[in-house]
Structures are given as structure tokens and as C-alpha cells.
Ligand binder design. Sequence first.
Ligand SMILES: [Zn+2]
Length: 346
Amino acid sequence: MLEEEQLINKLTHSLSTIESEASLFQLKASYLGKSGVMQQYNEQLKNLKPEEKKEFGQKLNILKQVISGLFEEKLQAIVQQEINQKLSQSAYDTSLRAEFIRAKRHQGGYHPLTLVKREMEDLFYAMGFSILDGPFVEDEFHNFTALNIPADHPARDMQDTFWFSDKIHCLRTHASPIEIRAMQDLTPPFKFIAPAKVFRNEEIDASHEAAFHQIEGMVIDKNIGVQHMLYFLNTLVQEILGKETKTRLRSGFFPFVEPGFELDVSCHLCHGAGCSFCKDSGWIEFCGCGLTHPNVLIAGGLDPSEWSGFAFGLGWDRFAMIRYGIEDIRHIQGADLRFSTQFRSY
Ligand SMILES: [Zn+2]
């Protein structure tokens, strides 16, 4: 009846000539499919006498298992062969050393503004400050009036401010409006820093850009004094510019603080001897600061008899220039890869 051996020999031979999954499935159908060899045996089974059926059925099952096993084995072999072939054709050489790949590739780096911002955010976040920002387009109230800047102040002039045609809205000229928004939105006591892009209608030269960056900081609490302000500013200078950096406080005028100060740091390029960066003074203006003016507290919705605070604003671009010894502010926004790749960090 069954010629099992011949059948299996024939199949083994056919399988040895097969190289693709498609032809394997074709062959499989001719053995195990609806009109395949095994189906013909099943037809024979129907016509047998009952006593013959059992033996024939058992043989048929074993044969079916053997055939299925052979097909499964061949399929695994084809899949493995395809994987090996793909690996051998791969464009990647996984044995190359990482340094070699890096040297062949143009790689970007973090911008110095980002680096100095991260350093500052890490430092102030660790001291319990929030990190805030506000809208680019401000209204006259938040940008000027609430900050105690009088209506006739020259900063409002067309030369300094990008006004919108309604004469009420402008591109924020400084980061200080964020102070007003914070006082309106947060419940005191609070403290925050706010890295912000700001805009001035200015002539562009080595130290001025029409769009530049500031970092504002503010602390609102009870009984705040100049000593608290100095503590945080000295910590900032020491931690980011280095322990050897000296500071000095001069009186300065800003409408939104009273008293107001300017904090200078010793020049990092000449270490106080005098150079073109510090205009031979040995000192660099670092930030404006002071105790928050009562009018500003009121504009922010706080009672000056209950709450007090200090604020500081520093040129973020300038900070990066000091931190990394950059001499021209135009490099900061120049998008020159020769410049930015110097700050690459792996
Ligand atoms: Zn200098």
C-alpha cells in the first residue's frame, strides 16, 4: 500500500533543491495541501474495510508528522540563511571603534546660551526656585506701567521698543514683565528665575543685538533685605564663574527697584589687570538688581506692608560671553558651525 520510504526519499531530494520560502510553500502544498499527496491517501482511507482502517490511519498520521517536520526544518534553514545573507551585506561595520566613527562625522553641540541656562537652572532649582517664562508679545501695562516706568520714560520711545500698530502691545523689551505676571499668578512667598528672549529696536554692533536674552530672578517673602539678594547673587557668581571671581556692588537706578544696584564681577579675561573686554577697568557689569519697589508690589497685587522682595536681571548673552570668554555678541546668534562646535559636549 504506502510507499513511505520512496515518498520520503523523493521529498528529501526535492527539499535539497529548494532555496526560497516561496518555492518551499509551493512544494508543501503539493504534499500537504487540499489536492496534495496526503489528501489522496486520505481518500484511499475512506474506501478501506473497517479492520484495515486503523492500521492505515496510524501509518498515515506518522507519515504526515514526518513530512511536516521536514518542511519545518527546511523553513528554519532558509530563514537563517536569509539573516546571514543580510548581515554580510550590511553597510555598518559593527567592529569599527567608536572614536573612528566620531572623527568622520560632523557633530553638533549645545549652544553656549543653552549651556549657561542649564547651569543656572540647576543651581537655582536646587535652591528652591521655580523656572518661569512669559509671552513675547506684552502689553504696555506689564512691560512698562506696572514696573513703575513713567509714561515719559525714554525706554518707551520708538527707537527702543518694537510697538504694534495698536500702540498698546509691543515685543517685550526686558524679562521684568514676568515679575508682574508671577505676582499676579502665584501665592507668596515664592521665588523664581526666568530665562527669556527680549527685543529692542537698537542698532546692532559688537555688543548689541535687536533680539537678545535676559535672565530675570525674583524672591518675594517677608522681611527681605539686601543681604538676602547678595547671598543668592554671590552664590550664582561663585558657583558658575568660579570661586576666584570677585564681586562689587554699586548703586544703580532702575525704576522697578528701590534701592537699586549694579553688581560687577572681576574680568575673567585679564583677572583685573585691564583688557579690551572690560574696557581696561578690570570689572564687568554683571547684573542690575535691587529691592522690589512698593509700586511694583502694588501693581502685582501684593501689599507692600506685608510682602517684600528683591529682583535681579542679567544679560544672558553677556553671561555666556563671560562664562566662555566670547568677545563678540554677534557670535552668539551667528549660527556659524565653527563657533558652535567649540562647545561640543560628548
Ligand atoms: Zn579684562
